[in-house]
Design a protein around this ligand. Structure first.
Ligand SMILES: *Cc1c(COP(=O)(O)O)cnc(C)c1O
Length: 356
């Protein structure tokens, strides 16, 4: 049966990216060697890394003055690397979920942290507005897409201080004005590639301003100087990221995928909003186009397990909601075709007509 992969991360990737990775693992560029057994300093791999950096810059329209790094350690490593490199006295954080909380917990090890606003009062179901960012903060950190709660900051906000964003789960889903940010980071495994590689986009002029000594592996400037090759980078994941970027370019780039993502999200949100049985958990004005969270209304709560079983019979995978929200979460990342969303919408309608 065809599978419809709504996994939250690691998650669906373009079929071509997976097939080309499989081929390269068996025989890279006809070299007779596997992608897994070549030097990261070989010409073959340097070309792959260079192409991935160039495509990432092209697709996101990254301006001059910014560097792109592909590192290990995941977004979670960036939670400490960001304050290590940028926090002298005080940083401001927007608390919009578990990932934001984890990020600010690490920052507290390095200085004062001002939580300028939080949506914890309503289980992070909305994006706070109307807060002010202290102008004496070293930077302001936001999590643009809250993967667990299905909320998203979908516009590039104005910040009086250096803006830092965790874009793990919505990178390349929409156009971003990179010039508004000092640093953007994320794990690749939601929308960009397999687990194991982390992207960092950093503006040169924000670095070198902290007083503390930095261990080499923690120092962005060293990774920039070494072209992401201070140590052995995640070779195979970077190959797949490059293939994913090539796929994205081939289908029309970020503007095209953004329109497709909105179409997918609208289809599913309309089904939720028109349903007797299901209800969305995120505030409408804060809804994510990447992770769509919904539960069954109280009077149908006892049918959630039955719906889960029913969706399995349609090939639907990965829609169980995060334990802190419950219900269902459909992740509609770039590589998910709208046909899969239609299958889910049909399953919701069929289940409802049989059970409500
Ligand atoms: C998944 C996720 C993370 C954690 O990423 P790791 O690569 O596992 O460290 C951080 N932030 C957000 C927004 C995420 O969705």
């Amino acid at each position: 049966m065809k599978k419809h992969n709504f996994n939250a991360g690691p998650s669906i990737l373009p079929k071509e990216a997976i097939e080309n990775t499989a081929k390269a693992i068996l025989n890279l560029n006809g070299s007779g060697l596997s992608l897994l057994e070549i030097s990261h300093r070989s010409k073959d791999f340097q070309a792959i890394l260079d192409e991935a950096v160039a495509l990432f810059k092209e697709l996101l329209e990254i301006p001059e003055g910014y560097q792109v790094l592909f590192l290990g350690g995941g977004a979670s490593m960036q939670f400490c690397m960001v304050p290590f490199n940028l926090l002298n006295k005080k940083a401001a954080y927007l608390e919009t979920g578990v990932w934001a909380k984890k990020a600010l917990k690490e920052a507290k090890l390095f200085g004062q942290v001002d939580v300028v606003a939080s949506s914890s009062d309503k289980n992070f179901s909305y994006i706070p507005t109307g807060y002010s960012v202290p102008t004496d903060a070293d930077y302001f950190h936001i999590t643009t897409n809250n993967t667990i709660y299905g909320t998203e900051i979908r516009t590039d906000i104005d910040s009086p201080v250096t803006l830092v964003a965790d874009m793990s789960s919505d990178i390349l889903s929409r156009k971003v004005d990179v010039s508004k940010y000092g640093l953007i980071y994320g794990g690749a495994q939601k929308n960009l590639g397999p687990a194991g590689v982390t992207f960092v986009i950093v503006r040169d002029d924000i670095l070198g301003k902290v007083e503390r000594a930095l261990p080499s592996m923690m120092d962005y400037r060293i990774h920039i100087k070494e072209g992401s090759m201070f140590n052995t980078p995640p070779v195979m994941p970077i190959f797949t990221v490059n293939e994913t970027l090539k796929w994205l370019k081939s289908i029309g780039g970020v503007e095209k995928i953004a329109a497709m993502n909105i179409e997918k999200a609208n289809l599913l949100y309309a089904a939720i909003d028109n349903s007797k049985m299901f209800v969305g958990t995120a505030a409408k004005e804060s809804r994510s186009i990447m992770n769509i969270c919904f539960v069954m209304k109280d009077e149908y709560k006892d049918k959630e397990d039955a719906f889960m079983e029913f969706t399995k019979s349609r090939g639907i995978v990965g829609i169980k909601g995060h334990r802190s929200v419950g219900g269902f979460r459909a992740s509609t990342y770039n590589a998910l075709p709208i046909e899969s969303v239609q299958v889910l919408v049909d399953a919701m309608k069929d289940f409802e007509s049989n059970n409500a």
